[in-house]
Design a protein around this ligand. Structure first.
Ligand SMILES: C[S@@+](CC[C@H](N)C(=O)[O-])C[C@H]1O[C@@H](n2cnc3c(N)ncnc32)[C@H](O)[C@@H]1O
Length: 229
């Protein structure tokens, strides 16, 4: 190293960032799923919203399939992930990428649609509340945040809700529709549509898809007083 040269120190990765870094660097990692494209859009009921052509925000790269499909469709795609390594899979397929730590920098009222599939069950309530709040802020007033989340089978109870490091790593942070409804409300949003539960193959979980929209103005103003919807 040149004497006197400044070393730019990147912030140390936290445990979840280290976990995802390891997963993204492991060939065929079980945890790097790769759902995406028209079949997923039908299940999430977003095909018609995509037809409108507005910019899309995808949360969680995984194998990158969904992002590549959105890009091939000619849409302006922005992507959020927890670590930069994830973006290497989707080179040339996005307008801009954002780290999860940069959610505050997302533009106001810009996206027509945000998509999160197989991500929320890896995230604790505090992190998810921040994420949903900023994604809703970044949506156009008529925009939709299409999100998948997981519940237990039978459903988890409030007493048995847990978000340990192990649960976050394996995707076992489970929430009932009621728990999700309360979390979304705290973020200034409302659940405008919820799917029927879908059994998850091979284990004791069920999935839901929801459309989240911005909620009533007074909630919104309380959360973002200087950023009117
Ligand atoms: C299980 S993969 C899901 C991939 C894809 N969406 C799918 O449905 O197959 C989870 C992805 O979310 C990313 N991720 C994990 N925690 C995140 C967070 N807090 N914010 C944004 N992305 C996150 C991981 O790096 C990984 O790329």
């Amino acid at each position: 190293m040149v004497r006197g040269a400044k070393v730019r120190r990147l912030p140390a990765m936290d445990e979840m960032q280290r976990w995802w870094e390891q997963c993204h660097n492991t060939p065929d990692s079980y945890y790097i799923s790769d759902y995406g494209g028209p079949s997923l859009w039908e299940r999430m009921r977003i095909s018609k919203i995509l037809d409108r052509g507005a910019p899309v925000l995808e949360i969680g790269v995984g194998g990158g399939r969904d992002i590549r499909h959105l890009h091939e469709r000619g849409l302006e795609v922005h992507v959020v992930d927890i670590i930069p390594t994830a973006f290497e899979r989707i080179k040339g397929c996005f307008e801009r990428v954002w780290l999860e730590s940069e959610l505050e920098l997302l533009p106001d009222s810009y996206f027509g649609l945000a998509i999160s599939h197989l991500v929320t069950q890896h995230i604790d309530n505090r992190t998810l509340t921040r994420q949903v709040s900023h994604v809703l802020r970044a949506l156009r007033p008529e925009g939709v945040f299409a999100m998948q989340f997981a519940d237990g089978l039978p459903p988890v109870t409030k007493e048995h809700y847990y978000e340990s490091l192990g649960a976050k790593q394996v995707g076992d942070v489970l929430r009932t529709p009621q728990m999700m409804k309360e979390l979304v409300r705290q973020c200034g949003g409302r659940i405008a549509w919820i799917s029927k539960p879908e059994p998850y193959p091979d284990n004791d979980k069920q999935w839901f898809h929801v459309h989240i929209r911005r909620g009533r103005k007074r909630w919104w103003n309380a959360l973002f007083p200087d950023r009117r919807p």
